[in-house]
Ligand binder design. Structure first.
Ligand code: ADP
Length: 353
């Protein structure tokens, strides 16, 4: 017995749903092997659930045994091929899910580490505390932080098919609707996403989510000012942006890049204002003291040079960092740092009235 012979025998196995053509002429024999006297045949099917698969597997076995003699060991494996490729999600997404969202606002920063995500999460919570309906899409594909900052890492958003489209339900906590790429990808996976793939992923996190009725949808944008941002501001109906920075001059140089990005000819989106994070340090035991450890001149120069209003100032305090680490945003509290976020939220809401 050799594989050519076996292939000949298998011409007797006919597919009843294909005009009685046999599995050899239908090209369904993917592979035949004989190992230690055992025959292993792999049959290829076009569909996941060919209703005749079991019948064809049995018939293949029986035919080989009939020719090779009783006691012949036969194993039949199956593979699926030529399945119509699934439509890539995230490509042709419309704006339907944003129809009932009043303001879509990007939270941007010229570089990472200035507290953009901290400000986004706390601003969302603060707006909710003021009674607004708020959602936050964590579009920071390179370092999603919403799951950790809201202690929802263990949760998985529901998703369902609606016609051609897959819809994702946001999670709800602290009165805010949250969505993050972090719920779907492990941190090390997120890092390998490049260019178009990252763009599609983050568009899904915004356009495929059933946000429902919202006053504000905040988009925590990836840090920096690369291609991904240009693509994002083109593909998402952003109304405008809020820029987060720290007071150091170096950080301000990066703010300039961010400002130029939004004011670029091809983008032209308004900048609603600047949030100065880590504006001063207040020791926990002396709540009335303010130490301007990073200086104070920067924001004034910024305001003058670019005519960008200052929307808020957030102190650098341990409770904000701790709130981020243990998933209880500082904006939930009535401490001075919590109130700083409330003041920021009030100012933003007023600006957008
Ligand atoms: P970005 O999103 O800009 O990369 P993050 O929001 O992740 O920055 O903040 C970076 C780190 O700084 C986090 O550990 C965060 O808890 C801490 N942090 C941010 N803002 C403050 C603040 N005002 N006071 C104390 N810690 C802060």
């Amino acid at each position: 017995m050799n594989t050519t012979e076996i292939k000949e025998w298998l011409r007797e196995v006919e597919h009843p749903a294909k005009g009685d053509k046999n599995i050899a002429e239908l090209g369904m024999i993917e592979n035949i092997e004989i190992v230690d006297g055992k025959v292993a045949v792999t049959l290829a099917f076009e569909k996941h659930r060919d209703p005749l698969a079991e019948y064809l597997i049995g018939s293949t076995k029986a035919t080989i045994i009939r020719h090779a003699g009783p006691g012949t060991q036969v194993e039949v494996k199956t593979v699926i091929r030529n399945e119509a490729p699934k439509k890539k999600p995230g490509l042709d997404l419309g704006f339907e899910e944003l129809e009932n969202v009043k303001h879509v606002i990007g939270i941007a920063s010229g570089k990472g580490g200035v507290g953009k995500s901290t400000v986004s999460v706390n601003l969302a919570v603060a707006l909710a505390r003021l009674g607004y309906k708020v959602g936050l899409a964590d579009a920071d594909v390179y370092g999603p932080s919403v799951p950790k900052m809201t202690a929802t890492e263990a949760e998985m958003p529901d998703a369902f098919q609606e016609g051609e489209k897959e819809v994702i339900m946001p999670l709800e906590k602290y009165g805010v609707k949250w969505m993050s790429i972090g719920y779907f990808a492990k941190p090390e996976q997120a890092l390998i996403w490049r260019g178009p793939m990252a763009c599609n992923a983050l568009k899904q996190m915004i356009l495929q989510v059933r946000w429902g009725e919202l006053d504000f949808l905040l988009i925590d944008m990836p840090p920096g000012t690369g291609d991904i941002h240009i693509s994002l501001v083109h593909d998402i109906p952003l109304e405008g942006a809020v820029i987060v920075s720290t007071p150091q001059d170096v950080a301000l140089a990066d703010v300039e890049k961010g400002v130029n990005m939004f004011r670029n000819e091809s983008v032209k989106k308004p900048i609603f204002g600047l949030v100065e994070n880590m504006a001063w340090f207040t020791p926990a035991e002396h709540p009335d003291e303010r130490y301007y450890i990073f200086g104070q001149g920067g924001r004034l120069r910024m305001a003058e040079k670019y005519q960008i209003p200052l929307l808020g100032q957030i102190p650098i305090v341990q409770s904000i960092r701790e709130g981020g680490d243990n998933g209880e945003p500082a904006a939930l509290s009535s401490r001075p740092d919590g109130l700083a976020f409330i003041a920021l939220a009030e100012k933003l809401a007023e600006t957008l009235k």
